[in-house]
Design a protein around this ligand. Sequence first.
Ligand code: ADP
Ligand code: MG
Ligand code: MG
Length: 204
Amino acid sequence: MTFDVEQAKKWIITFNDKIQENKEYLTELDQAIGDGDHGLNMARGFQETVKKITEGKYDDLGSLFKDVGMTLIAKVGGASGPLYGTAFMKASLALKGKKEVDIKALVEALAASLDGLKVRGKAQVGDKTMIDVWEPVIEYMKNHETIHSKELTDLSKEKMDDTKELEAKKGRAAYLGKRSIGHIDPGAASSYLLFASLAELLEE
Ligand code: ADP
Ligand code: MG
Ligand code: MG
């Protein structure tokens, strides 16, 4: 499969659909261990992003992802806006001038996103954040010549579910200490939806 501007738009649009559908759920997760705005932050940010990219004309993946990243940074408050924004800005740099790429190059760009997320948020695997989904998912994609849609979705979901047992070490949930245990991390849940949306593209 080749990943081009149309595919990339579809990815973001599918992700936004899932975010809107799961807005209440993401809010509930954040009510349990944060300030209850993750659903709202993501829904507002990605609605704006979709508006921006459906109106825009893009010659390459870099300029598309740059608009995604900048819109998220500008429109989303809280931790998640700058974090998702950074992820797309890093991918945009990696895909600068590229009209289309193969999956391997897309995965390399997403690996740069993960590095950016870790630098920005200083979280590691096990800290009960979105990194707990991102890192194993990127590892899986790096290590498999063919990425199976179902494996990608199942792994993302499993890693999201695994955050339930963790004690938060970063972000607002860290203030709760051990009381954060027993709840899925909201950012891990939205990240699952991001990779599930990518998996849907790979299916076609
Ligand atoms: P806020 O916590 O500022 O209200 P959100 O509720 O939108 O922002 O996002 C919370 C999510 O952001 C968390 O569930 C977690 O996954 C992620 N997050 C918070 N801090 C960090 C960090 N330092 N590194 C990585 N992810 C983080
Ligand atoms: Mg919040
Ligand atoms: Mg907040």
